[in-house]
Structure formats: C-alpha cells, structure tokens
Design a binder for this molecule. Structure first.
Ligand code: UGC
Ligand code: NI
Length: 175
C-alpha cells in the first residue's frame, strides 16, 4: 500500500499581518489603527475589524456556538471546508483558544503545501474571507463563540475530505 509523505504543519501565533491573505483577525490589540472615542468619550470603538461578505441573495446572520469537545495537539486534519458565498467570523466570548488552518480560496482543493496554521490565544477572533479553505471550528478549550456568516439560498459549503492516512499532521505550537 502506498504511504504518501504526510505534510507537517507547525501552528504560529495569530497576527493580523500573517493572516491577511486569508481574512481578518479580530483583536483589539492588533488593529493597526487608533480606536475611535464614542458615546461622549465613554467607549472606544475598534472599528470595522472585519467586513462581512455575502452574495446579493444572501444575508449576514449572527449565531452562538458552544464548542464542548476540545482537542489536543498533535492532530491529524481529516476534513477542510469553504463557503463560496460569504465570509465566516468566529469570536470567542470567553477565553477559548481555537485552531486556525487555512488555505487559499484559489485552490480547487486544499493543497497541503499551501496550508497555514495558527492558534488563537482565546481573545482573538478570525473572519475567513469568502471561499477561504479552513478547518471547521476546532477548539483547544470548551467555550462560547459568536459566529457571523452568510445565510440564504444556494449551497454555501464546499468540503474536502483527505484520503485516509494523507491528512496533514498539526503539531503542538511549541514544537
Ligand atoms: N457548520 C458551521 O456552521 N460551521 C462551520 O462552517 C465551521 O467553519 O465551523
Ligand atoms: Ni466554516
């Protein structure tokens, strides 16, 4: 039986600059901009940290996810997905670290050599740009997350299941 070299991914710390090709990082401490003082100076608005994308027939919706099956690393990635009709944002509501593995939307299927891996520190959220390949929500801690994505007519899900034994191996961050 052929055994293909399994690609190895080493997750990096999540930063706005590194994640930019795949979408936006939602992190008040890493916006690159000065917050706007609003409401008589009683509040700071970190404005437009991510743009919500939908097709004309769709609309943006807010959901709450309760992720209660945390994983540990190393992890074999078995499936990745994408949403061709809109963006998808995940924002932890409590300190819930989660895994971010992304690939370019231009690839017809996730190419292991083009995948990049990050770990949210539990304060940071991400917004996957429309069509970006991503690992479905996979948390390192049980937690609640606000999710903003596109709802509406048509199929907004593309999935890729890696052949058994070929999925990329995601190593612990400190290795
Ligand atoms: N299924 C669902 O609502 N979420 C996925 O798209 C995901 O990326 O976790
Ligand atoms: Ni998704």
């Amino acid at each position: 039986m052929h055994t293909f070299p399994r690609s190895i991914l080493r997750p990096r710390r999540l930063t706005r600059a590194d994640f930019l090709p795949f979408g936006d990082v939602i992190d008040a401490g890493d916006t690159g901009r000065t917050p706007i003082a609003i409401n008589g100076g009683t509040c700071l608005r970190h404005d437009s940290l991510a743009l919500v994308e939908t097709d004309p027939a769709g609309h943006a919706a807010l959901s709450l996810f309760f992720a209660h099956e945390p994983v540990s690393l190393p992890l074999v990635i078995e499936v990745m997905e994408r949403h061709p009709l809109g963006s998808q944002a995940f924002m932890p509501l409590n300190r819930c670290r989660f895994i971010v593995v992304v690939g370019p939307a231009e690839d017809p299927r996730p190419r292991p050599e083009n995948l990049q891996a990050f770990i949210s520190d539990g304060r940071q959220g991400v917004s996957y740009r429309r069509g970006t390949w991503h690992l479905p929500l996979t948390v390192l801690d049980t937690g609640h997350l606000l999710v903003v994505d596109r709802k509406g007519p048509g199929c907004n899900l593309g999935e890729h299941v890696f052949e058994p034994g070929t999925g990329p191996l995601l190593l612990p961050q400190d290795l």
